[in-house]
Design a protein around this ligand. Sequence first.
Ligand code: ZN
Ligand code: ZN
Length: 337
Amino acid sequence: MAENSNRAIDLGDGVYQVMVPFPNPLKHTLVYAMESRNGLVLVDAGWDDDAAWAGLQAGIESIGYSMADIEGVVLTHFHPDHTGLVGRVREASGAWIGMHESDYQWFDLMSEPRSPETLEKNLANLALAGAPSIDLGVFEGIGPGHAPVGPESRPDRILAADEIISLGGRDLRTVWTPGHTPGHVCFLLEEAKTMFTGDHVLEKTTPHVGSYVYPLEEDDALADFMESLRRVGSMDVIRGLGAHGLPIADVAARSAALIEHHEERLAHLYRDFGDDQLTVWQVAERMRWYRPWDELPAMGKQMALSEGAAHLRHLVGRGRVAQVAGTEPALFARVSD
Ligand SMILES: [Zn+2]
Ligand SMILES: [Zn+2]
């Protein structure tokens, strides 16, 4: 037995929850283990560090299994707090790793340490958003960083929308829910009407939307996200199990509340435009965040900027706001009725 005392929680229906430590304000990634024909299938794996690995291992052992009994891992999306440990799980067990095709491409990107070229590209990208040079200096200071996952974590089972994964006698349905990431999926354990919602629906947290591409992303991620919330909200689900925080008692109600939250933000953003012409940066500055804009740490600003860009992109998609022709960095203004 591992010395770590982390114990899994028995949720019934042959489903267990393991709280895997995550060095982030969210504190944990919740990994779910489902009993299957030849052992366990996991939903997500957790952040890649030794504390997380010890926590996952102890949780699995607390229900009478060992890491060698892991048959497969299904990933809700590519973020490293979900995918980080899959390489170690595969090494210990030979498990297959499944993920939706639209997130698969990110593994190459995440398996390389951040290079000076990548940093330069990011800074050029931020300049297109209208970031003032004084702020660009802050982003430069974020540092090189380690690769969040290695090539050994690469999925070997590419999942399509609605693909059924057999758990030996019961089915796990892949529900494609783009928005938080392009290839985010939820997994529905059909007989138990239980949905693993990853970062798509969380009980307390509002999931991040946006792709860090400026001035405007090609995809309307917010439109995708709201459409995915409608899809999940219309499904026959008794309980939702998210990857962070508490279980979701009413997935339909929580999905509707998240849509409402974004509709309000869109309305505020449109109103706050007034008659001004704004860069993406200025759009983000005008929106409301968990702290005043000037007090956000560099990473928080990055996330806020991409979330602001996603809202702006959506207003452009709705024809309410448009880019002012010939401006660089791009300026945006309300479209008069
Ligand atoms: Zn995520
Ligand atoms: Zn997450």
